[in-house]
Design a protein around this ligand. Structure first.
Ligand code: ADP
Length: 261
């Protein structure tokens, strides 16, 4: 298991993702930027901001599905100019193929990446265990609840061990209790994998519970408005942490920066 000690050696950890004066445009629409920010290896970064300010756009640029109109996005020091294979992308949309079972859905990206057959089976079995879907290997998506479908999406991603998890409001459609459960699972996943997480959300409590750092973006064209270090102890108890006095303070600062009318 990877040891996570926030605050210790964080400054020394290398930068994996860099936005350098990045501007996003869609035809005449100035969607985002200029934005400059860097993300450290193994960091849990949450991104919040008003709808349409360019949060998904930012993730798409890391994934290499979108190019900046100005500036550079670098991953491990190199400009992202093609699909980034080190990235796992999880959104609230369920991209499960309805005609494939749970295990066949999880196998999909491994087949696509041409992993050896024996390795595929091992990875699928491990991923299913990790997200608590044991016993549902042969089930079809329509037989699963929303939370279980989201676990399939997570398993499908973790099976190929990405270095970067891009999560775009992944639990937006789940009820409050299930979200807490998923927060606990995401923290465990982050802890165990040592991967870097970028998590877009509109839920400030979710951001504070999970992240090492929260970035608030301004309204469109989105630019970083506040960068807040969340110096709460780890490992985190997703319920207990909300009673920490610092939690409330962070909430107030983020809320003020969000400037909701
Ligand atoms: P957020 O994730 O913060 O809600 P997005 O990054 O999805 O915002 O979008 C930022 C802005 O860019 C929005 O106004 C959106 O309508 C626009 N936009 C996003 N993708 C496209 C696209 N492919 N074509 C045209 N406009 C887009």
């Amino acid at each position: 298991m990877v040891q996570r000690s926030p605050g210790v050696g964080d400054a020394a950890r290398e930068t994996v993702i860099e936005f350098d004066g990045v501007v996003a445009r869609f035809a005449n629409l100035h969607a985002m930027g200029p934005t400059s920010l860097s993300v450290r290896r193994g960091e849990f970064l949450a991104i919040v901001g008003p709808s349409g300010c360019g949060k998904s756009t930012l993730l798409n640029m890391i994934a290499g599905t979108l190019k900046p109109a100005e500036g550079e996005v670098r991953y491990k020091g190199k400009v992202v100019d093609a699909l980034n294979p080190d990235v796992g992308y999880i959104t609230q949309k369920n991209f499960c193929l309805p005609w494939r079972t749970v295990e066949a859905n999880i196998r999909l990206p491994l087949e696509f990446r041409k992993y050896p057959k024996a390795d595929i089976e091992k990875r699928v079995t491990e991923a299913i265990e990790k997200v608590g879907l044991k016993g549902f290997e042969k089930a079809y998506p329509k037989q699963l609840s929303g939370g279980m479908l989201q676990r399939v999406m997570i398993a499908r991603t973790l099976a190929y061990s990405p270095d970067i998890y891009l999560m775009d409001e992944p639990f937006g459609s789940l009820d409050a209790q299930l979200r807490l459960k998923m927060h606990d699972e995401v923290l465990k996943l982050w802890q165990e994998t040592g991967a870097t997480f970028l998590f877009v959300t509109h839920d400030l409590q979710e951001a504070i519970t999970l992240a090492d750092r929260v970035i608030v973006f301004s309204k469109r064209p989105g630019r970083p408005k506040l960068v807040l270090d969340i110096d709460l102890p780890r490992p985190r108890d997703v319920i207990g942490i909300q009673t920490d006095p610092a939690f409330g303070e962070y909430f107030k600062q983020l809320w003020a920066a969000l400037d909701v009318h």
